[in-house]
Design a protein around this ligand. Structure first.
Ligand SMILES: *Cc1c(COP(=O)(O)O)cnc(C)c1O
Length: 396
């Protein structure tokens, strides 16, 4: 009964793993989730209070489709202050999460047959959203030795007359790594010269360690800004995943098209969540540094503990809340006649034998790796790493 379109994509593998882990938990099985893609911190109280106040003040009706002006102002101010970017309200749209902003972008930009360059490993929704919009994802592999940064020459080699856009995501989900200025400049140069758009997903911007600085690619020059759509949101920075507020800033014609599409699909994001987002952006920001400090402690502990396990090799990422260790050395080993041949088999083995849920690298287009999220308590991290170590020892 369903359309051809609906058969083009699979459900998000990261959410699927989470569902499976929750199922096992509900059956009373002890499962620790290393798979989560959201901060384990609660939304700060001042933000919750702003939402309660919005309800009491009667902000419970439709708002302008692309967001209330107060929130657009707060976003414009954030982009100016944090990223050195200047956008007018007409160049900003608020959506139901950054994922929705990205979907609107795909709808507004892509025609059948268009190609979108996606560096791999990639966030799972990029190829799915491109496919859902009748376009073709073109993957360009990146390497761990290069910090998983896209090589600008390889980008150039993959551009055809059908190429419409490239999607960048830094700090990256799943690798936790970012881009340095010179690589960003070289990538931007290729994009400008080839006349393609840059979609820059900067949702993990605030989660940075070791003094790493975030450079928004749109801030490199006026020329780059003109071909870039910046995507960001409050889910990760303010522990607001359930509130569904994300936004995009870019050329007015693109934002106008996105707003038109949004007006015919979801209409405005939840009015109450928008008022909460105003407080999140304009209120005290110390919550972020507290959260980052805690993530940093876990990150160091986790990377060291993983590197003490034979068969796992893990670099130290500089952002987000993921590590992306190499596990291919384990492939070919077995347990009770079962051979671990790839990252999905390994993830399943960890889930069933160790009670640890994590996501195989293959889900992100990077076989040989696994993604571990440290958005969980130190106690869980300790226990889960121990269990992983024991499960690997059982293999021969
Ligand atoms: C979490 C995430 C998003 C989506 O965030 P929402 O605002 O909750 O939709 C977008 N991009 C990446 C890379 C993410 O990890």
């Amino acid at each position: 009964m369903v359309s051809e379109r609906a058969t083009r994509v699979k459900p998000s593998p990261t959410l699927a793993m989470d569902t499976k882990a929750k199922e096992m938990k509900s059956q009373g099985i002890d499962v620790i989730s290393f798979g989560v893609g959201e901060p384990d911190f609660d939304t700060p109280d001042n933000i919750k209070e702003a939402a309660i106040k919005a309800i009491r003040d009667g902000h419970t009706k439709y708002t302008p489709v692309g967001g209330i002006p107060q929130l657009k102002d707060a976003i414009a101010e954030k982009l100016r202050k944090d990223n050195g970017l200047s956008y007018e309200k007409e160049e900003i749209i608020v959506s139901c999460g950054a994922k929705h902003s990205l979907y609107n972008i795909a709808q507004a930009l892509l025609s059948p047959g268009d190609e979108v360059v996606i560096p791999s490993p990639y966030w799972v929704s990029y190829p799915a959203q491109v496919l859902l919009n009748d376009a073709t994802p073109v993957f360009v592999k990146t390497r761990e030795e290069d910090g998983f940064m896209l090589n600008p020459d390889e980008l150039r080699e993959h551009i055809t007359e059908r190429t419409k856009a490239i999607i960048l995501n830094y700090p990256s989900n799943p690798t936790g790594l970012g881009y340095d200025r010179s690589t960003l400049e070289a990538i931007a140069d290729v994009a400008v010269k080839s006349n393609i758009c840059i979609i820059s997903d900067e949702i993990y911007e605030k989660l940075l360690y070791d003094g790493t600085e975030h450079i928004s690619i749109a801030s490199l020059s006026e020329e780059v800004r003109a071909c870039t759509i910046v995507v960001n949101g409050l889910s990760k920075s303010h522990a607001m995943t359930g509130w569904r507020i994300g936004y995009a800033a870019g050329p007015e014609d693109v934002v106008k098209a996105m707003t038109k599409i949004q007006s015919q699909s979801t209409s405005n994001p939840t009015s109450i969540a928008q008022w909460a987002a105003v407080e999140a952006l304009k209120g005290p920001q110390d919550f972020i540094s507290i959260m980052v400090r805690e993530f940093d402690i876990r990150r160091r502990f986790l990377v060291e503990a993983l590197n003490n396990i034979e068969g796992i090799r893990c670099g130290l990422p500089t952002g987000a809340f993921y590590v992306f260790p190499k596990v291919s050395e384990i492939f070919g080993r077995g347990y009770k006649g079962r051979i671990i041949e790839d990252s999905s088999a390994l993830a399943l083995y960890f889930l069933e034998e160790a009670g640890v849920a994590l996501v195989p690298g293959s889900a992100f287009g990077a076989e040989g790796y696994i993604r571990i999220s440290y958005a969980t308590s130190m106690e869980n991290i300790r226990k889960a790493v121990e269990r992983i170590g024991e499960a690997i020892e059982k293999l021969s």
